[in-house]
Ligand binder design. Sequence first.
Ligand SMILES: [Fe+2]
Ligand SMILES: [Fe+2]
Length: 472
Amino acid sequence: MAGIDYTERIPNNVNLSENRRLQRALEDWQPKFLEWWKDMGPLGFQAKDVYLRTAVSVDAQGWANFGYVRMPDYRWGIFLAEPEPGRVVNFGDHKGSPAWPEVPGEYRGVLRRLIVTQGDTEPASVEQQQHLGRTCPSLYDLRNLFQVNVEEGRHLWAMVYLLDAHFGRDGREESEALLQRRSGDADKPRILGAFNEQTPDWLSFFMFCFFTDRDGKYQLASLAESGFDPLSRTCRFMLTEEAHHMFVGESGVQRIVQRTCELMREHRTEDVRKHGGLDLATIQKYINFHCSVSLDLFGSEVSTNAANFYTMGLKGRFEETKKDDDHTLKGATYSVADLVGDRIGTREEAALVSLNERLRDDYVADCQRGVNRWNQVIRSHGIDVELRLPHRAFHRAIGSFADVKVAPDGRVLSEAEWDARHHDWLPTAEDQAFVGSLMQPVTEPGRFASWIAAPPRGINGQPLEFEYVRLA
Ligand SMILES: [Fe+2]
Ligand SMILES: [Fe+2]
């Protein structure tokens, strides 16, 4: 069961050949996916050999196989985590009843929306990152970008499998639509805001992997708790891939911070721009931006949708089964951030409608752990600067703070104060132009751009000077 059948046209561990209708639907979608990939996937590298990992099994051992692949030949397929015998619905009104192998009829529309919304983010990020290959800081980083891209492509496959297998004609139409929307397109945008932003440079890319892929981790983790068992098993396997994306983000920013600190010490200045580095103040602005747009992805602080998803048993909390309460949350409360007078405080709210905020809390704590590790690097250089997450009310477009102006430290501001100061907190056109000016491709094996330190080790035990992408 854990083994993946690679002799099939669509690699899978779901006995696809035994379901002819589904197999035909997916085989019909496959060339359209490839067309999308060639159109919207990494520009300029489709014919190059890339040292990529491919899943060969969904169990803990022998997860991945490394080798040179041309991206259009990547074996995208359908991989679900092992079923848990006797699994039950662990929360909500159906708590204790057997997990559903099929979609409960009354939840069909809601579940489809959840899956489509998750699915839409996967191709969106590939589109956002389409141009980055041309300005890679090293072959090592180029390879990591492509690894993330092909895995996001596979996550799209994962969601399309659920749609085609369980939602009939509607599901097939949604599968097509997932290939038709485009990130940032005025007429056919992607569903969620952060996935219509640009990822124009590698600082943005690493921040995106750190903050926005981490939203993915928390969404997938709460869908992995779902009573709809195929969704749970799909998301559990996706989470193993997501971990690598966050590694790319966190280690990427960490290497930038390290290089910045080296330049600060060497030249005894905070202004490392003229020495080919990214100053900490600019890094802080990018943190502020990417964190705030990612916080929006969790939705409104108070949400009856979130309550319904939970009560229906479709979307749980992060680590639902590890929590020690009744798992129905009826009558429970949770404290939610809110505007109280002219400052930001908290108020108690029914726990069920506060589930978005609770998930955001888990997310913020996780982000903070990463920022702490970046700050350790700064401290280890004897530099007295701290990077900080912006206050959760800063620069929000969704929820209670969408209409308030708030500083990164949480002070509520007048419009005039905001207008006077926001250049200090968010990347300006000049900042972006400067970051862009540093983005000169470095493609000699083992070499790294001036603004980023080399990683401590290569991929899969290979040396740093390994030819991770064959450009010749
Ligand atoms: Fe993903
Ligand atoms: Fe991801």
